[in-house]
Design a protein around this ligand. Structure first.
Ligand code: SAM
Length: 297
């Protein structure tokens, strides 16, 4: 079995790829880790010292973090889009009996089906060094489809996106994805990683974040209709410079400007308030009022 230091040696990575006749593919966001301290810290943060934890890894690449996850976790399912990496993974993960490599595009997978096949009815965690071209869609998919068995999401992403995911209401970084994450759990930054830890080096700094998902029944805010909640959130941030009533009526054609003003003021908000000042509880109140009004009609 290869050691983590071997897998992180730039000379080894180059030799491995040359032997398989491949090179890192930019269209798949391939930046491989070459600093052994980083996959170790990310895997440890994801597993959290618990025994027999199930982990879904997105984008194992050449299997660097996967070997750490194999050592720490119970079962690992690793979903890799790039078919050319499958024979590479067969070589680097030789002897990692608890790892199943799945050659699929995570965006085209049904998470409930994939995780039930891999882990049965048991809980699971997600751990990944995410491809930067598709970070937010993957995180939203995990939150929306992950279900009650998904306990946490530990991912390395661009620092700029990490700041958005962990921002507080009223700050410049706060946006629709921040509010969406806050609906499902709590996100916090763990540590930053410099470009020199990757081959090839990306242009930006990376940050590892962990989202702990609320357990069933523990969610502090539950909207009557989640679809309406997410429409309210995306409308509120779709037109950031507009006041909330203006942004809502622009994003939700069924809500006239006057109706939006009276709805917002009837809930006790100033009609000049902007969406960025509101927390997830406020968005849920507004969405519930819209749901109730629509039901009356
Ligand atoms: N985990 C490896 C590491 O840390 O060295 C590689 C991380 S690299 C930033 C991102 C990985 O995600 C690549 O292996 C890439 O091929 C894979 N990937 C990109 N898009 C994907 C998708 N839609 N579904 C599954 N894997 C994907």
């Amino acid at each position: 079995m290869l050691t983590l230091s071997e897998l992180c040696s730039p000379a080894f990575v180059r030799e491995l790829m040359a032997r398989h006749g491949i090179a890192p593919r930019r269209e798949f966001g391939q930046n491989f880790l070459i600093n052994p301290a980083i996959p170790r810290r990310i895997a440890e943060a994801a597993v959290g010292g618990e025994a027999d934890v199930n982990v879904l890894e997105i984008g194992p690449g050449i299997g660097t973090m996967t070997t750490e996850l194999s050592r720490l976790a119970g079962k690992v399912a690793a979903v890799e889009i790039d078919r050319a990496l499958i024979p590479v993974l067969a070589e680097t993960l030789d002897g990692c009996e608890n790892v199943a490599v799945i050659n699929r595009d995570i965006m085209k997978c049904s998470l409930p089906e994939l995780t039930r096949e891999a882990f049965g009815d048991e809980d699971y965690r997600v751990c990944a060094n995410l491809p930067y071209y598709i970070t937010s869609p993957i995180i939203m998919k995990l939150l929306e489809e992950g279900g009650e068995r998904l306990r946490s999401v530990t991912v390395m992403i661009q620092t700029e996106v990490a700041s958005r995911l962990t921002a507080s209401p009223g700050t410049q970084d706060y946006g629709s994805i921040t509010a969406a994450v806050a609906y499902y759990g709590t996100a916090k930054k763990l540590f930053t990683v410099s470009p020199g830890s990757f081959l090839p080096a990306p242009k930006v700094t990376s940050t590892v974040i962990k989202i702990e998902l609320y357990r069933p029944g523990e969610r502090p805010v539950t909207a009557k209709d989640e679809k309406t909640l997410f429409r309210v959130i995306s409308s509120a941030f779709g037109q950031r410079r507009k006041t909330l009533p203006n942004a809502l009526s622009a994003g939700m054609p069924e809500l006239s400007k006057d109706a939006a003003v009276s709805l917002v003021t009837s809930l006790g908000y100033d009609e000049r308030i902007r969406g960025e000042a509101l927390g997830i509880g406020d968005f849920a109140r507004i969405a519930d009022a819209i749901t109730a009004e629509t039901a009356e009609k």
